[in-house]
Design a protein around this ligand. Structure first.
Ligand SMILES: CC(C)(COP(=O)(O)OP(=O)(O)OC[C@H]1O[C@@H](n2cnc3c(N)ncnc32)[C@H](O)[C@@H]1OP(=O)(O)O)[C@@H](O)C(=O)NCCC(=O)NCCS
Length: 261
């Protein structure tokens, strides 16, 4: 009689069969997308949105599989996540692998719509990763600036204007920013948020109300949103208990709201 245990297949790794980068082969499609949006393409066909001067060495790109270890490291750095409410800490690899699969689906869906000539509205914001191009040609993962729909159940706090074009979204979107500590206080999140608002959220996704949350004590985050016209909704302040894993303690969470004027 065999004493061997029955073999248990290892759980599949989300995204294991997905290529590192999303690229667009058709030169015709690339030209049309570049003419109609702020998206540009690398020589290999990877789409990106460049930062304007003086931060031209930075850009917003779609998530690559090779970003996963960098994202995991950032989201397990207590200096970063102490002030971020949502994700668990420690943040397991599987979460980021699933996040990558979802992000890749967004960019695939966006370009499938472009292929069919559907440009507005873009239903997602797949250009969430900030990278820096270094003089030697290599790149550094800087962090993320995310934007996504909050679902139809989320109530608006500002009115819909009947004069807006019909394609504009009336649902609420949410935005967040998280950068590696090495890149803090250099104006990078400011540039990224401005870029996402001006080049993507408004002209491509048709966003009309965006929510951002942060601790009142998180001056960097609070000032970041305020700079771009987000206004705090005072009635939404609420106390938050920080998990022991993150060092414990109490904070006050607040909601800042941007609306299309
Ligand atoms: C919040 C965060 C994204 C800001 O990114 P950043 O690139 O450092 O921000 P910027 O350099 O563009 O600064 C934005 C504004 O905040 C100010 N600021 C930034 N950090 C600050 C700090 N620690 N204290 C006081 N002001 C600060 C800047 O001076 C700037 O204001 P100004 O333009 O009037 O001078 C970054 O600090 C971060 O990733 N923190 C950890 C994660 C986090 O807390 N995310 C937000 C959770 S909701």
């Amino acid at each position: 009689m065999s004493t061997l245990e029955p073999a248990v297949a290892p759980a599949p790794i989300p995204g294991a069969d997905v290529p590192d980068q999303f690229t667009v082969e058709s030169a015709e499609l690339r030209a049309e997308v570049s003419a109609r949006t702020a998206i540009r393409f690398t020589p290999t066909g990877e789409p990106y949105i460049p930062f304007p001067a003086p931060l031209e060495r930075f850009y917003l790109g779609a998530m690559r599989k090779s970003d996963i270890p960098h994202d995991v490291a950032m989201m397990n750095d207590i200096r970063v996540v102490r002030t971020v409410v949502g994700p668990p800490f420690p943040n397991p690899l599987i979460n980021t692998q699933r996040w990558f699969v979802r992000e890749r689906a967004f960019v695939v869906e966006l370009f499938a719509a472009y292929t069919e000539g559907k440009f507005l509205p873009a239903t997602s914001s797949p250009f969430n990763v900030v990278r820096e191009c270094l003089p030697d040609g290599s790149e550094e993962y800087v962090g993320q600036v995310t934007l996504g729909p909050m679902g139809p159940q989320k109530k608006r706090l500002t009115p819909v204007n009947d004069a807006w074009e019909d394609w504009r979204a009336t649902q609420v979107h949410s935005m967040g920013a998280v950068l590696r500590p090495e890149y803090h206080r250099k104006g990078i999140a400011s540039a990224a948020v401005r870029l996402v608002l001006n080049e993507w959220a408004v002209p491509q996704m048709g966003c009309t109300e965006i929510h951002a949350q942060c601790f009142v004590s998180n001056l960097g985050s609070y000032k970041l949103w305020e700079k771009y016209g987000f206004v705090e909704e005072p009635s939404m302040r609420k106390p938050v208990t920080i998990s022991e894993a993150k060092g414990g303690g109490e904070e006050t969470d607040c909601l800042l709201v941007w609306s299309l004027k």
